[in-house]
Design a protein around this ligand. Structure first.
Ligand code: ATP
Ligand code: AMO
Length: 471
């Protein structure tokens, strides 16, 4: 039979008879002798016609075609014809297909919850975002409705691009680390104890006892360093039992984690992480401009900005960050930690002053960081730790780690963690371990903030939050 073709190739096939499978995006009957179809493959679409012809197409076929439900999948055969005028509703708008045969491959049961056209407009939840004066044309479809019917929502051009970009971030992360001597590891997600904080761990039954879902590959990646792997990374699920119903918390997210040995200074890790982010930003901008623009039509955003060249990425100490906020009028007493609101405020202040959406803060107070964080040797109330930010929101957290087992056990106790519950982990340091540090990135946060999607659920194909375990 005929080879099957892609809709995207049709412009180059004027006059050919082609066969392809596609979804019916829309159908529109004109009288009882002709039907216009808009046929779609992922982000590409073309106009097709079914017209009564004496030898091939009967009136019944036209009638049947007119009754096809939107989003049905059909196999069509037809001739490609240059179209006299550009068809604006189709992405391949310079040709149309005159259909001679059409088979239904998969139909629709009942009615779709919303049309793709509706799903392609910003939902009303968007009204909460900074609508910069312009009134977008809101759709009636709320985010919740989209997520309940995610399969249909994911078919929009926007979402096809969003998840292509999500995949690209993973690719760029892997490429950069692989080029820099890292190997990929796979650590267990079933754990005997909590690693980050006891409050945010999911307990699951495990035969006659209990197990915990990993809140981070923290212990395993450090133990890989104790085992002399020197530079390791992992892309894997991270589970957090946080009852945080916010725009940026999920109960399961994809962690991009890495850990490496340090020769002299924890800044070696910061530099590497910075190089990693810059290579991801550049890679996205250079290779995925088309996808970024497509998403921008549904989620308008000012272009993501970072600093290049000799001055490099802006780095502030925690103290400097606090000073910037105090200077802007935030009472110093309220700034033991930087909460989400102040984080965003700082992001805006930094953007105004330094023209960047990306920066680093280091030297956090020790008391704000997890037990495995290395104190600053010059001031033990501070720590050799850092957070990275995009558009004023945290996307990475990391630090140099304590590799001395005695100090580690002491810090555990002071944070209310029982060292006996992590014996295998502390033992790793009793058997000798090089100085090391690393960081963990939330994939969905990076995607959300790069594209300014305003809600992390849009950056997750099937998001999990305290109120959602389905679909
Ligand atoms: P990370 O970004 O490191 O995962 P986080 O954002 O959860 O951490 P926290 O210090 O626990 O870090 O919380 C930071 C902010 O997140 C808080 O200031 C608060 O605004 C918001 N937040 C956390 N939990 C909740 C919650 N249950 N409800 C509403 N907001 C929350
Ligand atoms: P932390 O707990 O800060 O650090 O997590 C690292 C990064 O993961 C993302 N993230 C989240 N994304 C979505 N939903 C959540 N509930 C959520 N919580 C965190 C953020 C955050 O910056 N073990 C350390 C990392 C390390 O030191 O290497 C850790 O897990 O982008």
């Amino acid at each position: 039979g005929l080879p099957r073709v892609q809709i995207s190739s049709l412009s180059a096939r004027d006059g050919e008879t082609v066969l392809f499978r596609a979804r019916v995006q829309t159908s529109r009957a004109q009288g009882n002798k002709m039907v216009f179809l808009n046929l779609r493959q992922r982000a590409d679409s073309v106009q097709a016609l079914v017209t009564v012809t004496p030898e091939k197409v009967s009136k019944q076929m036209v009638k049947w075609t007119a009754g096809l439900a939107d989003e049905s999948i059909v196999l069509v055969q037809g001739i490609v014809k240059k179209s006299p005028e550009l068809i604006k509703s189709a992405s391949v708008g310079d040709v149309e297909v005159l259909i001679s045969q059409l088979h239904l491959i998969s139909g629709i049961e009942g009615r779709l919850p919303f049309t793709l056209d509706d799903a392609s407009r910003p939902d009303t939840d968007e009204a909460v975002s900074e609508a910069d004066g312009k009134a977008p044309q809101f759709s009636r479809v709320l985010l919740d409705t989209r997520l309940n019917n995610r399969v249909v929502d994911l078919r929009t051009q926007t979402n096809q691009a969003v998840f292509k970009l999500q995949s690209a971030i993973g690719d760029l992360f892997r490429q950069f680390l692989s080029n820099n001597g890292f190997i990929e590891i796979h650590s267990p997600k079933l754990q005997g104890a909590a690693t980050e904080s006891g409050a945010s761990v999911f307990k699951v039954s495990y035969f006659k006892g209990n197990a915990f879902l990993a809140q981070s590959p923290q212990l395993a990646k450090q133990m890989a360093i104790a085992a002399d792997f020197e530079r390791v990374y992992e892309i894997g699920p991270v589970f957090r039992a946080e009852d945080s119903n916010t725009h940026r918390h999920l109960t399961e997210f994809m962690g991009l984690d890495l850990e490496m040995t340090i020769e002299e200074h924890y800044h070696e890790v910061m530099e590497l992480l910075d190089g990693l982010f810059l290579s991801m930003f550049r890679g996205l901008k250079e290779k995925y401009q088309n996808e970024i623009e497509i998403v921008g039509k549904q989620f308008p955003a000012d272009e993501f900005k970072w600093r290049e060249g000799p001055e490099g990425t802006l780095k502030l100490t925690f103290r400097q960050a606090i000073d910037i906020l105090v200077e802007d009028g935030v009472p110093r007493e309220s700034l033991d930690d930087i909460n989400t609101e102040n984080e965003k405020r700082l992001g805006r202040l930094v953007k105004a002053k330094y023209d960047t959406d990306y920066f680093i803060i280091d030297k956090f107070p020790m008391e704000l960081r997890p037990f495995y964080t290395m104190p600053d040797p010059e001031d033990p109330t501070l720590s050799n730790s850092y957070d990275f930010f995009m558009r004023g929101e945290e996307i990475l957290s990391g630090a140099q780690r304590i590799h001395d087992p005695t100090l580690l056990a002491e810090k555990m106790r002071s944070k209310g963690v029982d060292p006996d519950s992590m014996k295998g982990y502390i033992d790793a340091f009793r058997m000798g371990c090089a100085p090391h540090g690393g960081g963990g990135i939330g994939l969905e946060r990076v995607l959300m903030l790069f594209l300014k999607l305003n809600n992390i659920r849009r950056a997750s194909m099937f998001p999990r939050d305290p109120k959602r375990l389905e679909p």
